[in-house]
Design a protein around this ligand. Structure first.
Ligand SMILES: [Zn+2]
Length: 197
């Protein structure tokens, strides 16, 4: 059928829109895309014109798609399932990010704890909301740990919030001072722990 001469009936339009709504990119399509990106398809090095891109995308939708209503062969299914296995991410303790995530999660838990907020405010009050280096009252103010927060956590084997809340060294106000953000950035420990901010 020549393109452009065919008119859809309202009934067909309705069916098409249902099909379009339920359409997801098939796995076969995805794996073909992957091959294409790798340059293994026969189309390597060539480019579709804007017009042909549009025609391609229109002609392969729903009932116009040659794959519509068909099923994958066993062979294709095997290829797809192997491709999926490769992309599956390692989860939990197998993930290289797991330990780091756990550590930063604990830091956030501490930071958002009531105890931390009160403790931080008590440092500000003690220092009269004044930077202990430049003596300016600047906003925003930070609490700087003379001994890095991360070091205290490590040395006291703190691995959960409860241990953190009960760790005396962590909440020792002698170990903390008020700094403005500029002076804080200049300290050696800045960046070691976002908790200091
Ligand atoms: Zn300052």
């Amino acid at each position: 059928m020549e393109r452009g001469k065919f008119k859809r009936t309202p009934e067909m339009n309705r069916r098409m829109s249902v099909i379009m709504k339920n359409r997801v990119m098939s796995l076969e399509h995805k794996s073909k895309l992957k091959l294409f990106k790798k340059g293994e398809s026969g189309f390597k090095g060539r480019k579709h014109s804007e017009k042909s891109k549009k025609l391609n995308s229109e002609s392969n939708l729903g009932i116009n798609n040659p794959f519509y209503g068909k099923q994958h062969t066993k062979e294709v299914k095997k290829i797809i399932s192997e491709a999926q296995k490769r992309t599956e991410h390692k989860k939990g303790k197998d993930s290289p990010n797991w330990r780091e995530n756990k550590k930063s999660k604990l830091k956030l838990q501490i930071r958002y704890s009531e105890k931390y907020k009160k403790w931080r405010l008590s440092i500000f009050k003690r220092d009269n909301f004044t930077c202990q280096i430049c003596k300016k009252k600047r906003i925003p103010l930070n609490v700087d740990h003379l001994k890095p927060f991360a070091k205290i956590i490590k040395e006291n084997n703190i691995d959960n919030l409860e241990k953190a809340l009960n760790c005396e060294e962590l909440w020792n106000t002698v170990n903390a001072r008020t700094l403005c953000i500029d002076c804080h950035r200049k300290t050696e420990n800045f960046g070691n722990s976002k908790l200091n901010r």
